[in-house]
Write a protein that binds this ligand. Structure first.
Ligand code: GLV
Length: 317
């Protein structure tokens, strides 16, 4: 296995990021033999990276260098912060966090889909006007959902939505069939699926193949669908999305991720009545979950076992 011989000795671990103090609390209780440095992102120095064998954070930050690192563990599911448009040292193992992301993201999507089918907004207005006008709620079984990304997260969304009767289709790089999807297509062959979809969900990692994948050519193909982005903002051309909302080809956009985060105050997305915005919360990693996944991974790294959460650097996810 690549580099594993060197990976066994992990003695000095650098932990940073927004939750480094909470993680410190859990890790100190674990009484590991390794030495730790818990450092706020803006306090990280080049020396920290020369000292550490392993680095744990969501992002590299501007002081990041490979230094003496043997292993980088991402607290997030996405590792584009480490790989996209950056050089990676292939000798360094990169792992990512796997925890309740699928459960969280599927409930996020389900909530926005049901809100529309059950017409929450309409009945809110009816109540304000003291109106009694029955409109039949739609069932999930009338809905066709197309999920981009059939990995860990996409598959859990497919499982949850198909349990409620939705017709779920998938798109992935390979187009390989996966459980809970009625059919799966490769990215290049998906036109027919786009046209019939009521909901299109993006869970794909950001790579050179998915950068600006949802562009004007894509939005021209859709037929009144709503779009939920729980992948990465840079996969979407935001101006093409706004044009599609104006032309009516796109009914609604639910966006948890953006080109630039926090979304700048001047972005027209804020004021658009058919855009829902959430601040990258559809799959938060709690410090507790982050530590649990980190400890499981550390055990495997120390025993030179294959980590199921190891990132394939060439593939980019
Ligand atoms: C969140 O976006 C993550 O990558 O975990």
């Amino acid at each position: 296995m690549r580099g594993m011989v060197n990976l066994v000795e992990i003695n000095q671990i650098l932990v940073s990021g927004d939750d480094y103090q909470e993680m410190a609390g859990f890790l100190q209780k674990a009484k590991l033999k390794q030495e730790f440095r818990f450092v706020a992102e803006d306090q990280l120095t080049g020396d920290d990276f020369l000292w550490a064998d392993a680095y744990v954070n969501f992002k590299p930050t501007d002081k990041f260098q490979f230094g003496n690192l043997k292993w980088v563990h991402s607290i997030g599911a996405g590792i584009d912060y480490f790989l996209f448009n950056r050089e990676w040292n292939e000798k360094v193992l990169l792992t990512r966090t796997i925890c309740s992301f699928g459960e969280r993201i599927s409930q996020y999507c389900l909530s926005y889909i049901l809100k529309e089918l059950q017409q929450h907004q309409f009945y809110k207005q009816q109540k304000q006007a003291k109106q009694w006008t029955p409109h039949e709620p739609k069932l999930l079984s009338t809905q066709t959902v197309l999920i981009y990304g059939t990995g860990e997260i996409g598959q859990e969304i497919a499982r949850v939505l198909s349990f409620f009767g939705a017709n779920v289709f998938g798109v992935s790089k390979s187009g390989r069939q996966k459980e809970f999807f009625k059919q799966t297509a490769a990215i290049e062959h998906e036109s027919a699926l786009i046209e019939k979809a009521d909901w299109i969900l993006n869970t794909m990692p950001l790579t050179k193949d998915t950068y600006q994948l949802f562009n004007s050519e894509f939005f021209e193909k859709i037929n009144g669908a709503s779009f939920i982005n729980i992948g990465r903002g840079l996969s979407v051309d935001e101006s093409a999305l706004l044009e599609a909302l104006e032309s009516g080809s796109l009914t609604e956009a639910v966006l948890d991720v953006f080109d630039e985060e926090p979304l700048p105050g001047q972005s027209p997305l804020w004021d658009h009545p058919r855009v829902a915005i959430t601040p990258h919360i559809s799959a938060v990693t709690t410090p507790e979950e982050a530590v649990k996944c980190f400890l499981e991974t550390l055990q495997k790294v120390e025993k030179a076992e294959k980590c199921p959460n190891e990132v394939d650097i060439k593939r980019g996810y």
